[in-house]
Ligand binder design. Structure first.
Ligand code: SAH
Length: 258
């Protein structure tokens, strides 16, 4: 790890077991770590024992530190000669504004290395036993941001794709998404799953259909962060996997110790 260098690191969807070896090595060498809430951060002091830890966490609708200030902090610490790790949830280039952070570093003449991470787009469905491309059921999956409402053109395009649809940041717009897809031709009975807080002890999955999910999600008080999965693959879910945090803990306990 080189001083003055930035590592833009994907931390996976929240469990430290889903950090890559590259992420663990970068953290171990870091002088400064700027981390988001969705990245695993409970034991950062152990993973990055020599680093100054800065919480730039974002919760929906509440940005404690604006994006331009985050970029400013990354660049400032790098120019001071620190080895900076920017630890983000999931993969840095999947709706994470990682592209902007790379551009900010390059504009300031700071070298940046990207260490990809396990994206919630695929891993969180897996946490609920859903294979996004189950053979003979779906041969594509489309990952979309539900942060802003979809246009009619987008809804028509999505409904016509015959693709598994994975929506991140979609809890707030759940009624618009589901009703829009039905309006554009998807059967009201199309299976949908909402998986909340994947890979944490609070993980919860709600299985429903496009016409009933708003009722079911409201009754269950679903909150962000959650991933929506829409399509026939949801009907093939192995619901025994429905508590991935437990599954990972069991796997770790079985692994040979060093
Ligand atoms: N770069 C991230 C996504 C950032 S957008 C990635 O690749 O995973 C943030 C959205 O990701 C959340 O609103 C939610 O839809 C999803 N998400 C991230 N972690 C999650 C988790 N542990 N459980 C459920 N959803 C999660």
């Amino acid at each position: 790890m080189t001083p003055g260098q930035v590592y833009l690191v994907g931390g996976g969807p929240g469990s430290e077991d889903l950090l890559t070896l590259g992420a663990v090595k970068a953290l171990a060498a870091a002088d400064v770590v700027l981390y988001d809430r969705l990245a695993p951060h409970d034991r950062l002091a152990q993973f990055a024992p020599t680093a100054l830890l800065i919480d730039v966490g974002k919760t929906p609708g509440h940005h404690p530190i604006p994006q331009c200030d985050i970029e400013g902090l990354i660049v400032k610490h790098a120019l001071e000669g620190s080895c900076v790790v920017r630890l983000k949830g999931g993969d840095p280039f999947v709706f994470g504004r990682g592209g902007e952070e790379v551009m900010a570093c390059r504009a300031a003449g700071v070298e940046v290395t990207v260490i990809p991470g396990v994206s919630s787009a695929v891993a969180v469905p897996a946490a609920a036993g859903i294979a996004v491309t189950h053979r003979d059921v779906s041969r594509m999956f489309t990952v979309v941001s539900g942060h802003a409402p979809f246009s009619e053109t987008e809804l028509a395009g999505l409904a016509g794709l015959a693709s598994t649809i994975v929506v991140l940041m979609g809890v707030g717009n759940l009624p618009q998404i589901t009703q829009g897809l039905v309006r554009h031709g998807l059967p009201a009975s199309t299976p949908i799953a909402v998986i909340e807080r994947g890979y944490t002890r609070e993980q919860r999955s709600i299985f429903s259909s496009l016409d009933r999910i708003v009722y079911d999600a409201t009754a269950a008080c679903v909150k962000s962060p959650a991933v929506l999965v829409i399509g026939e693959v949801v009907a093939y879910a192995n619901r025994d996997d429905a508590n991935a945090a437990f599954v990972l803990e069991t796997a770790a306990a079985l692994a040979p110790s060093e």
